[in-house]
Write a protein that binds this ligand. Structure first.
Ligand SMILES: CC(C)(COP(=O)(O)OP(=O)(O)OC[C@H]1O[C@@H](n2cnc3c(N)ncnc32)[C@H](O)[C@@H]1OP(=O)(O)O)[C@@H](O)C(=O)NCCC(=O)NCCS
Length: 184
């Protein structure tokens, strides 16, 4: 019989204090630190659902909407939004809390596609997902939409690459902030 697990089973939260060692030269938290924490929570959440080791295959857009400051407490809230055959999409909401001011800001939401692997390193089937709430259903449907849009984008990008003629398109650079010193 097919195995199914509820989305709530693998919901995972990772919380970490932003220490000075995580800051960039401007005093804000490095984007790479946040990405690394997101990858960690995506791994924990996906592995729990899959019951297997997982790898990251794709990250669907990371827009840092607001900077994170040293001293803030960042929480990564992760849940499995969608399952394919061997893939899972983990949605991660990142929030940052400033205790002194008593404020919480939403810094970004991203979607990590994780693939379950067996002991030989081959992609392996993951349990189906039981959708318990309206939000679970919405997230599953939105993940399908993003997948369709990504496939269209990939196809169009490939077409654009193969059909692009530099000699005929070079005029488009006229109003761009670049100087062409290359000549044919
Ligand atoms: C991602 C990876 C497992 C895919 O392997 P593959 O042999 O191409 O596997 P398949 O073609 O059988 O695809 C397996 C699943 O991955 C999905 N997948 C593969 N590449 C993907 C991508 N770029 N984005 C989203 N999903 C992807 C497929 O759609 C498929 O999903 P499904 O089984 O639910 O239908 C493989 O490329 C890999 O191991 N990459 C390196 C991952 C890594 O090192 N990550 C960073 C550190 S964890």
């Amino acid at each position: 019989m097919e195995d199914y697990k509820p989305a709530s089973y693998s919901k995972t939260t990772l919380t970490e204090l932003m220490i000075p060692a995580y800051a960039n030269f401007g005093g804000k938290i490095h984007g790479g630190i946040l990405l690394s924490l997101m990858d960690k929570v995506a791994y924990a959440c996906a592995s729990k659902h899959a019951g297997n080791y997982c790898v990251t295959a794709n990250i669907d857009t990371v827009d840092f909407l607001q900077p994170v400051e040293v001293g803030e407490m960042v929480s990564m809230l992760a849940s499995v939004n969608y399952v394919g055959n061997t893939s899972m999409v983990v949605g991660i909401k990142v929030v940052s809390e400033d205790f002194k001011r008593g404020t919480i800001k939403h810094t970004n939401t991203s979607f990590f596609t994780m693939i379950a692997k067996d002991d030989e390193g081959r992609p392996t089937k993951v349990p189906g997902l039981i959708l318990e709430t309206r939000d679970d259903v919405r997230r599953f449907l939105e993940a399908i939409k993003r997948k369709e849009l990504r496939n269209t984008y990939k196809r169009e990008l490939n077409n654009a690459k193969t059909s692009m003629e530099i000699e005929t398109e070079i005029d488009k650079l006229e109003n761009e902030r670049c100087k062409i010193i290359w000549s044919k």
